[in-house]
Write a protein that binds this ligand. Structure first.
Ligand code: SF4
Ligand code: MG
Length: 342
């Protein structure tokens, strides 16, 4: 079929020896082939949780996952193995995800073997390695194939990590902040590489980021998360040019330069710890999130009902939607909380 779908509905994650953390609530998302879908949010919004759940790094307490329309059970078995091959994860820190004691050849050969794509002869393996390195523009391949991770730049390491993911011949790439630890000057190159792979191989890419300006540049569709909930979605141009949700408006307003791929205020290596600073005020605790609209303590537009009633998604023009009472079309107060539609 033309559309490739991955969809998961999630409720909560019980972490051992901790209260139940509602990392993501009622999140449903669908990735399409040949499409980059950005999930934008601050640290603690649950955006990385979505990538990890989709990658099956840990199970959801409830929910459903489908690959090309077929349910994937979080257990062993054929559909699960196929899923793990077809859905590959790229991490934020390429240094951390590569073993420092092994060469590029080792990492890529191992990935090709795991996925049965190493060929039968040494020449076939060499051919496969050359092809992989070519795909991520590490050419000529013999300049890179016997290097150790520390002999490569951050951008080259991320290219190796992408090549390793491509060794599986995936349909879906889950890219969790793939450029946020790289120098600003090389971020564009990595995003352009991912976009090129998407177009040539008809991949579905989930792009997790705290940088809404980069979503505008790189993603076809953008979803905005706040405190474990999706609050707005639509095509990236619309969401970033005409943000509907007050939280998205705050994010756009606090982005220093919308035409640049920003890493605003971010220290290299600081990762998630500093992400929350950019938008004024702190995201709420997910252990006891605010009732009603979770954004209401920070929202300049908050109304009485926002403190008690969870806003459902309201459809706007051109496929844009927002979970915000401003778009209800009526200002009357409702006494009972509204259930969000599934
Ligand atoms: Fe603000 Fe109310 Fe909309 Fe929430 S529902 S974003 S509090 S106006
Ligand atoms: Mg994260």
């Amino acid at each position: 079929s033309k559309h490739f779908r991955v969809r998961r509905t999630l409720r909560s994650i019980a972490e051992r020896d901790r209260p139940v953390v509602h990392a993501v609530d009622d999140v449903s998302l669908r990735l399409r082939r040949g499409t980059v879908t950005a999930v934008v949010g601050e640290s603690g919004s649950g955006k990385s949780t979505i990538a990890r759940l989709l990658a099956q790094l840990y199970p959801a307490t409830s929910g459903e996952l489908r690959l090309s329309g077929k349910p994937v059970r979080a257990a062993r078995g054929k559909s699960f193995r196929a899923y793990c091959r077809q859905v590959q994860l790229i991490f934020q820190d390429p240094f951390g995800s590569l073993n420092p004691t092994h060469t590029v050849r080792y990492h890529l050969t191992r990935a090709l073997r795991i996925h049965g794509r190493a060929g039968r002869t040494a020449a076939e393996l060499e051919q496969a390695l050359t092809e992989l390195l070519g795909r991520v523009h590490l050419t000529p391949p013999d300049r890179y194939v016997d290097k150790f991770p520390h002999e490569l730049s951050g951008g080259q390491r991320q290219r190796v990590a992408i090549a390793r993911a491509m060794a599986a011949d995936p349909k879906v790439l889950l890219a969790d902040e793939p450029v946020s630890m790289l120098d600003v000057s090389i971020r564009l190159g990595i995003l352009n590489l991912l976009r090129d792979l998407k177009e040539r191989l008809d991949l579905a890419i989930l792009y997790i980021t705290h940088d809404i300006a980069s979503a505008r540049y790189f993603a076809d569709e953008t979803l905005v998360m706040y405190a474990g909930r999706m609050v707005e979605g639509g095509d990236s141009e619309t969401v970033t040019q005409r943000p509907a949700h007050p939280y998205t408006q705050l994010l756009i307003g606090s982005a220093p330069d919308p035409d640049r791929i920003t890493g605003a205020g971010e220290e290299p290596g600081a990762g998630d710890a500093t992400e929350g600073e950019e938008a004024g005020g702190e995201p709420p605790s997910l252990i006891s999130p605010p009732p009603g609209c979770r954004f209401h303590p920070r929202c300049p537009m908050a109304m009485a009902r926002c403190r008690t009633d969870v806003p459902p998604r309201f459809d706007l023009a051109d496929g844009q939607w927002a979970a915000c009472w401003l778009y209800d079309g009526t200002t009357e107060e409702r006494p009972a909380p509204q259930e969000a539609p599934a």
